[in-house]
Design a protein around this ligand. Structure first.
Ligand code: BES
Ligand code: ZN
Ligand code: ZN
Length: 499
């Protein structure tokens, strides 16, 4: 889809549809909506007075112009109450309008800069949100569907700003929105891909491809190198599978120093059957998405490479399957991680923290100044926060706040869980330094406490995306399947750290 900024008058635009907006609680259309209303001989105000247009968030009203405007249709987008308007609502409303128009085989759309003048929303930030909303909302994973879609394709989206707009700055905002949304969609593609396609080797090939396309440094560590480094925890998870494990390392260098300003570590379990502690078969297919953390950090790096902040970022992704077999890891086994710590295996289904233990220890050895890890780590986090909030825990409040704020900017909700010392008790083992399951309660917290043992003393933050990486419903700019969370948050975090 081509997205372009235009400085001009929405009533003069020729397109399949133009989008204007209306707020809940208002009696009359104003601004662009008023001018379109006038061209339509008062059709919008009539629908408002008949209560057909209420301006509720999510409301879409189509009016055919029948020659009264160069555009064929006008869509009045409800933006809800002005006091409650956020950029995320702009993303969501545009996404829903685009999906609706695609269903009608409309191929070119023009929209006003939705929501500007309200809640401090600038033309620039609106243009970025519109871009993100359209690209994220129109996403579909059709890789393995051979039949044609039962809807059209939106080929062009014009964002029309009045005299307040400034073309170069609008284009910059659109470009940023495109980079963020394309990265999130890349992560979605990887997560939606079936596990027989998205193997550890395929993830490694994708990393190599990204490195080539975006000029990143890449190195893929094989089993023998992991053995040499003593990565017994990651290797333990990998030992039951026929697929060779890969430790993917991507480097972005935006600054001249040798420092790694931030390491992003992502769980890359390409399929989690639970291993010998096998999961119930119902819903097990969902576990193809257990590499969503790894996908998110890879995709984030692709966006960072395009945005070129002056900062150095390294991504580390331990990629492996978790399968049962005659040589698989067993409950009761003890493994030794790269930092020398021994781990008693209580459940082979708590494999994410094992893979991350070695990835975090490796990152620590690289001397990263800060670490953020992303993982579909615990069912417990999903039980606590559902698919709305990502859980965040860590050892440094400043970095946690930075992540939460970057989330707010992205419309990705993040909720902090407590890391009290007392929870650490639950991970104590009788036969090793630590055990990989801390009991029935506070599972998201004990999992994070486990990771903390391998992250070292540098500021470290853990994002548990078990609940938010996938969704079973279409809502705003999310569609069924992978969400692409928290790619845009990670990129915005990096941009803020680079300032
Ligand atoms: N990959 C799962 C966590 C998960 C659950 C992700 C649901 C997405 C949706 C993880 O490896 C796992 O199995 N965790 C166990 C840990 C338990 C054995 C301590 C869990 O949460 O049940
Ligand atoms: Zn598991
Ligand atoms: Zn898992």
């Amino acid at each position: 889809m081509e997205i372009k900024a235009i400085i001009g008058d929405i009533t003069q635009i020729k397109a399949g549809a133009i989008l204007v907006s209306f707020f809940q609680g208002m009696k009359n259309p104003d601004g662009d909506t008023a001018r379109v209303n006038k061209a339509l001989d008062g059709a919008i105000s009539q629908l408002i007075s008949q209560d057909e247009i209420k301006g509720k968030s999510g409301e879409l009203t189509v009016i055919h112009s029948l020659g009264r405007l160069p555009a064929e249709r006008v869509v009045v987008v409800g933006l809800g109450k002005p006091a409650k308007l956020t950029l995320d609502r702009v993303r969501g409303s545009v996404a829903e309008a685009c999906r609706f128009l695609r269903q009608k085989y409309v191929s070119d759309i023009a929209t006003v800069a939705q929501g500007t003048g309200t809640a401090g929303i600038s033309v620039k930030s609106s243009a970025q949100a519109i871009t993100e909303g359209a690209l994220l909302g129109l996403y579909a994973f059709r890789q393995h569907i051979t039949e044609a879609a039962e809807y059209g394709e939106i080929k062009k989206l014009f964002i029309v700003a009045g005299d307040k707009g400034n073309l170069p700055s609008l284009e910059q905002s659109i470009n940023k929105g495109m980079i963020l949304a394309e990265a999130a969609n890349l992560a979605r593609d990887m997560v939606n891909e079936p596990a027989n396609y998205m193997t550890p080797s395929h993830m490694a090939e994708m990393a190599t491809r990204l490195a080539k396309d975006y000029r990143l440094e890449v190195s893929i560590m094989e089993r023998t190198q992991m053995q040499a480094l003593g990565m017994g925890a990651l290797l333990g998870v990998a030992q039951g599978s026929q697929q060779p494990p890969k430790l993917i390392v991507l480097n972005y260098r935006g600054s001249d120093t040798k420092e790694i300003n931030l390491a992003l570590v992502g769980k890359g379990i390409t399929f989690d059957s639970g291993g010998i502690s096998i999961k119930p078969s119902e819903g097990m297919g969902e576990m193809k998405g257990d590499m969503a953390g790894g996908a998110a950090v890879m995709a984030a790096l692709s966006a960072i490479a395009r945005l070129k902040p002056k900062i150095n970022i390294t991504a580390v992704i331990p990629a492996t399957e978790n399968l049962p077999s005659g040589i698989a890891l067993k409950p009761g086994d003890v493994v030794t991680a790269m930092n020398g710590k021994t781990v008693e295996i209580i459940s082979t289904d708590a494999e994410g923290r094992l893979a991350l233990a070695d990835a975090l220890a490796y990152t620590q050895k690289l001397g990263a100044k800060r670490i953020v890890d992303v993982a579909t780590l615990t069912g417990s986090c999903r039980v606590a926060l559902g698919d709305v909030y990502t859980g965040v825990l860590g050892n440094n409040q400043k970095l946690i706040d930075g992540v939460i704020n970057a989330g707010r900017e992205s419309g990705e909700l993040i909720w902090q869980l407590p890391m009290h010392e007392q929870y650490k008790e639950q991970n104590k083992s009788d036969v090793a330094d630590i055990k990989n399951v801390g009991g029935k309660y506070a599972g998201a917290i004990t999992a994070a406490q486990f990771l903390a043992e391998f992250a070292g003393d540098a500021p470290w933050v853990h994002l548990d995306i078990a609940g938010t990486s996938m969704t079973d419903k279409e809502r705003a700019y999310q569609v069924k399947g992978a969400t692409g969370v928290p790619v845009r948050t990670l990129v915005n975090l990096v941009l803020s750290l680079s300032k």
